[in-house]
Design a protein around this ligand. Structure first.
Ligand code: FEO
Ligand code: CA
Ligand code: CA
Length: 646
């Protein structure tokens, strides 16, 4: 979700505990003072031996990796920029045809049926599911990409300044969701295959999406169109996601509140309020009753879930897995635990909301892929409490345990899942600075938590795990799972970096030694790891505040250079960067450029609203007939080496 878009529409914390957050403001014995925290993060000070695992790796020498490539300069302009030694390519853009027989995208001739067979808008999560090599030896894979939201003023000719029409709203719905598309690597570069039988769109209009798990069929999910509460039309605001160990695609539903309008008095009022429903960001409710809460008060309960799709079976039914809880799911990155259980890490992206993980009850069956089909329907959802002594306590959200009882309005596990946030409030989870991607590193037993920013945190509400109030730049937490046991209920946490300009003491930023003027960033959002200590972070921050467009940075997590950051990619104006994903051989880096050209009035090179007719950039086509197009790109090293290689 664009920082600017979210700031305009989603600026209010909805956690009722804000202002009386005992886990932050009442901590008397802080783990370390702010000054100590700064020294800790300065990398070389790691050997001071403060708790949390920093000291153990302090003797590692510098690895000459992609971190050594010449960085682009800070700045903002209409074009993207890459580090020296990298070669970039556009893989697929909004509107590119997926089905056979479709021609090139003509933005003045859009239709619902057309958009349902073309790449969607505002690409976010990127996942890869490998396929067998082609007969000629070409590498093949399924590319799974989420489409988070739409910007009608940039999509449709003549839209700016008026309400969206019914047809435009339907096209917007068709531009949401996800894309599954076959890609192949030939002659060193990747291309997508129009007409592959695997190509598929799942959208805000896809019917028959099944609710599964403990909340499926609950009366609180019932609507006039679906009295049984079992089948939903559409998935919305698909931000980040994940790929399961059995090769299915997970789409997170994030700011679903924004699609609803109408009055909300009734038994669901408090539930809706905790999630910001109705957001009223879109006109859809004027044309469809299901987006009007006054007419269908239970419809919002059917969004805010993790959706699983078997991308290898184009006829498979997408399933909303209710066992993983309902909140503003940023992502759902998975790891196969040593004991065969699967752990899914999830952030709830709102100021003062929480970090979660889900541990399956069953174990992955390697003998037959299909036996894992419903593994995500049963397990334990846990929420994190970050203690001042460096412990993370993972508290189960299980009906009947602690305060999650009928006395508090939870009649069953379904109630706990439908109102996950309220359940986590009652358990005393730690309110965080907007948890975005939460990424496990299976090779090293670590987990990285992107806390993107929180300008609403008061100084008095700052604490060890959220050390700045306000926090306009965000920070990154590293969790160490004991002995690499990702299912553990007690872990350790540490700060990796505090974002912002290290040359400005007032920012409170802290980076590893050697971080250059280009190397610092703000608002970490998505990330991926190379398994060898490299953490790749993409950002969604304010261009003016950061004096730089968003991009991708590589952050070292080990050794004397822990916390050192270097820029690999800078996006065109208005865009955030999402979906960072390394190919299995680590030779291709996939990234998503989302909402290029949004917010033109904030870009001094444009300084007026960005519209279809007058956008702040026409990236990537730079064709006067084409508005900016959200796109997936690839980066490769010109020397052919891996992103983690020397
Ligand atoms: Fe969709 Fe939290 O970014
Ligand atoms: Ca995001
Ligand atoms: Ca990720």
């Amino acid at each position: 979700m664009s920082e600017k878009f979210e700031r305009r529409f989603e600026d209010s914390p909805v956690n009722p505990l804000v202002g009386r957050i005992e886990t932050i403001s009442d901590i008397i014995a802080e783990r370390y003072s702010r000054r100590d925290a700064f020294r800790l993060l300065a990398g070389a000070a790691a050997s001071t031996g403060l708790a949390g695992g920093l000291s153990s790796c302090a003797t590692t020498s510098r690895r000459d990796t992609t971190a050594g490539l010449p960085e682009p300069a800070r700045g903002v302009d209409a074009m993207h920029h890459v580090a020296g030694g990298l070669e970039e390519a556009i893989l697929i853009r909004w509107g590119d045809p997926l089905a056979d027989g479709l021609g090139a995208f003509v933005p003045a001739a859009q239709s619902v049926a057309g958009q349902e067979q073309r790449f969607g808008y505002n690409c976010d999560f990127i996942g890869l599911i490998p396929l067998a090599d082609g007969e000629d030896g070409a590498e093949r894979a399924l590319l799974c990409v989420n489409h988070e939201y739409t910007i009608a003023d940039l999509m449709f000719p003549g839209k700016a300044g008026r309400e969206a029409t019914a047809e435009e709203c339907a096209i917007e719905q068709a531009a949401h969701g996800g894309t599954i598309v076959e890609i192949e690597k030939r002659g060193g570069g990747w291309r997508y295959l129009q007409g592959s039988p695997y190509n598929r769109r799942i959208t805000g209009r896809t019917s028959g999406i099944e609710m599964t798990g403990p909340a499926a069929g609950h009366p609180r999910l019932a609507t006039s169109a679906d009295p049984e509460g079992r089948y939903v039309i559409g998935t919305l605001n698909n931000c980040a996601g994940g790929i399961t160990p059995w090769g299915t695609y997970l789409l997170a539903e994030e700011n679903f509140n924004g699609y609803f309008m109408g009055a909300r008095d009734g038994p669901e009022t408090e539930n809706h309020k905790r999630l910001g429903v109705p957001g009223g960001w879109y006109a859809w409710g004027q044309y469809e009753a299901r987006f009007d809460v006054s007419k269908e008060p239970n419809e919002p309960n059917r969004f805010g879930w993790i959706v699983e799709v078997d991308a290898l079976d184009p006829a498979s039914t997408p399933k909303k897995r209710t066992a993983l809880g309902r909140f503003k799911h940023e992502g759902a990155e998975t790891v196969l635990n040593g004991d065969g259980r699967v752990v899914v890490y999830m952030g709830d992206d709102q100021r003062f909301d929480y970090v979660y993980k889900f541990v399956t009850a069953g174990r992955v069956d390697r003998s037959e892929r299909g036996r894992n089909a419903d593994l995500l329907d049963e397990g334990t959802l846990l929420v994190a409490k970050f203690e001042a002594d460096g412990a993370v306590i993972w508290m189960p959200l299980t009906h009947g345990e602690g305060s999650l009882t009928a006395a508090n309005g939870f009649e069953s596990q379904a109630d706990v899942l439908i109102e996950t946030r309220r359940a986590a409030d009652l358990l005393g989870a730690t309110p965080m600075d907007r948890p975005e991607d939460v990424e496990p590193d299976p090779a090293r037993g670590k987990v990285y938590v992107m806390l993107t920013n929180n300008t609403a945190r008061e100084t008095a509400e700052a604490g060890p795990a959220n050390p700045r109030g306000p926090n306009p730049f965000g920070h990154i937490i590293e969790i160490t799972e004991p002995g690499g046991n990702f299912a553990a209920t007690s872990s350790r946490w540490d700060l990796l970096v505090r974002c912002g300009d290290p040359a400005d003491p007032a920012s409170g930023a802290a980076w590893g030694p050697g971080t250059s003027e280009s190397g610092w960033f703000g608002s970490p959002d998505n990330c991926t790891v190379d398994g060898a200590g490299g953490l790749f972070v993409s950002t969604d921050g304010d261009e003016r505040l950061n004096r730089c467009a968003n991009g991708v940075w590589r952050v070292e997590t080990e050794g004397l250079e822990r916390g050192r950051s270097t820029m690999l990619f800078r996006a065109p104006t208005g865009a955030e960067v999402c979906g960072p994903r390394l190919s299995d051989d680590q030779r291709t880096f996939f990234l998503a450029v989302q909402h290029p050209g949004q917010g033109g009035e904030d870009y001094p090179g444009h300084a007026r609203p960005s519209t279809f007719a007058d956008p702040s950039t026409r990236w990537p086509d730079f064709d006067d007939a084409m508005p900016p197009r959200p796109s997936v790109m690839t980066l490769q090293r010109r020397d052919g080496r891996r992103f983690s290689d020397a």
